[in-house]
Design a protein around this ligand. Sequence first.
Ligand code: RB5
Length: 146
Amino acid sequence: MIALGSDHGGFALKQEIKKFLDSRGIEYKDFGTYTEESCDYPQYAKLVCDAVVSGECEKGVLCCGTGIGISIAANKVKGIRAALCSDYFSAKYTRLHNDANVICMGGRTIGPGLALELVDVFLSTPFEGGRHQRRIDQITELENRG
Ligand code: RB5
């Protein structure tokens, strides 16, 4: 199950992502927003990231206008490694090397064609482990410093 969320700036892109996931038969839960009315992206980052951390959803996809605000908010949630991506290589390597569990994109900065490629590679690429696990553990230590 994939958790989806956006503010108004990422709403249109989230609709495209839903169509793509439908076409692939990938299950998702849409945590909103559900209209283009102005709203606050941290609320949707929280809903999606809580679902990922609790295990209800295995990964999350978040969109706002630039992808920046919602990625900053997502990375405040303990256990979340959110990657703001606008190129294929980053979307692939953030899975291989960072074990990112949320991808963030900007609905006003990239088009749907590229965004769907990023979602596709992000969802289908495994974590490589090995030396990268040690680095993830160091990130977790930083997170636990309080
Ligand atoms: C909303 O206008 C916009 O600020 C938001 O979608 C996002 O780009 C913030 O980082």
